[in-house]
Each structure stands twice: as C-alpha cells, then as structure tokens.
Design a protein around this ligand. Structure first.
Ligand SMILES: CC(C)(COP(=O)(O)OP(=O)(O)OC[C@H]1O[C@@H](n2cnc3c(N)ncnc32)[C@H](O)[C@@H]1OP(=O)(O)O)[C@@H](O)C(=O)NCCC(=O)NCCS
Length: 165
C-alpha cells in the first residue's frame, strides 16, 4: 500500500527539496526565466513577505513512501485575516499526472481549515496551470498586477480564489 504523508519541510530535507525544484519540466524557466538553483530552496523554506511571522508560513512537503515528491508554500492569514495564500505547489516532474497534486492540495486544505478563503496567483508565462487550479475549485477573481521575477522580463500575474469547504 502507498503511504502519502504531508508534513513541514525541515533543514534535513534540503537536498530532496532541491531535487523536486530542479526536476520541474521547465517551470523555473517559465516563471523565473532561468533554471532552478540551490538558493531557490532557501527561498522556498525561509522567505516570507515583510510584516509576517515565521509561524504564518509553513513550507510543506508531500512524501510518497518516504520519497519527497512535492513541495508547497503556504501563508496563513495573508494578505488578510481568514485568507490562506498558496505561494507554490509543485510536484516533481517524474511524479506528475498521478493525482498527487490533488491529494497534496486536499490534505493541505483539510489541515489548515480555519481559513475562510484560499488564494493564489498564476504567472502569465505559466498560465497552462490555470486548468489545474480550476479542477481544484479556484476561479479567477479578475485581479491582475505586473510582476518582475528579477529576470528582466515583465510579467503579469492573475489571482485565483476559492471558498473554504
Ligand atoms: C500543476 C501541477 C502541480 C499538477 O500536478 P499533478 O500531480 O500532475 O496533478 P494531478 O495529477 O493531481 O491532477 C489533478 C487534476 O488536475 C488536472 N490537471 C493537472 N495539470 C493540469 C493542467 N496543466 N491543466 C489542466 N488540468 C490539469 C488533472 O487532469 C487532474 O484532473 P482530475 O483529478 O479531475 O482528473 C504540476 O504540473 C506541477 O508541479 N507543475 C509545475 C509547478 C506549477 O506550475 N505549480 C502551480 C503554480 S504555483
């Protein structure tokens, strides 16, 4: 029987997280304009918006039979009280297409169920993922804003939200 586990990432998971981020089917190139690099692991695990606290931002992993296959970044009560913001949810490329992102998403939603609303942004150059989020119950809110990944390319991001169940 397959064992699926969702738990917070720790420093011990650093190299496994790097393996997930680098085995990405071009996701970093699409969003950041470059391949993933080691500093992205620290970014995922430690960075957070100004004015927020560390306990608002668990970085989470999905393990299948003790193998890390997915990572996600959650900000609770962001940008406002009662809203949970998903910064990223990524499944290792060789494990995609097996329902693991849905299982990961559903378990996160069930664990952090005090939120009234779930929110995320999609980068224009990664908009193929919109259909995935629609399958997870999100809808576009109509909000969009410019975003610069630091690559020099000007992007726009659009916002998707869903009510908590
Ligand atoms: C998007 C991503 C997380 C999907 O992971 P996955 O494990 O392949 O997804 P699942 O197999 O759990 O698919 C769940 C459902 O979404 C659908 N789906 C998955 N990717 C999709 C896509 N790009 N477009 C439309 N539907 C999609 C599946 O068909 C499935 O539908 P069903 O459950 O109704 O049959 C994965 O492709 C990924 O890591 N991409 C790179 C990172 C990224 O873009 N993350 C999102 C932005 S933060």
């Amino acid at each position: 029987m397959t064992l699926l586990e969702v738990r917070p990432l720790t420093a011990r998971d650093h190299s496994a997280v790097a393996a997930v981020l680098s085995n990405d089917n071009g996701y970093a190139e699409r969003v950041l304009g470059r391949p993933s690099r080691l500093q992205d692991v620290d970014e995922l695990m430690a960075s957070r918006p100004p004015g927020t606290s560390a306990d608002q931002k668990p970085s989470l992993g999905l393990w299948v039979d003790n193998d890390l296959v997915g990572v996600a970044e959650l900000m609770s009560d962001f940008p406002e009280l009662g809203t949970n913001y998903l910064g990223v949810l990524q499944i290792r490329a060789d494990c995609q297409g097996q329902g693991l992102a849905r299982a990961f998403h559903d378990q996160i939603a069930a664990t952090f169920q005090e939120a009234r609303r779930w929110r995320l942004t999609v980068v224009d150059t990664n908009s193929d993922v919109q259909g995935f989020w629609e399958r997870m119950g999100y809808e576009q809110t109509g909000e969009s804003r410019p975003w610069n990944s630091g690559s020099g390319v000007e992007h726009s991001v659009f916002v998707m939200e869903r009510d908590a169940e």
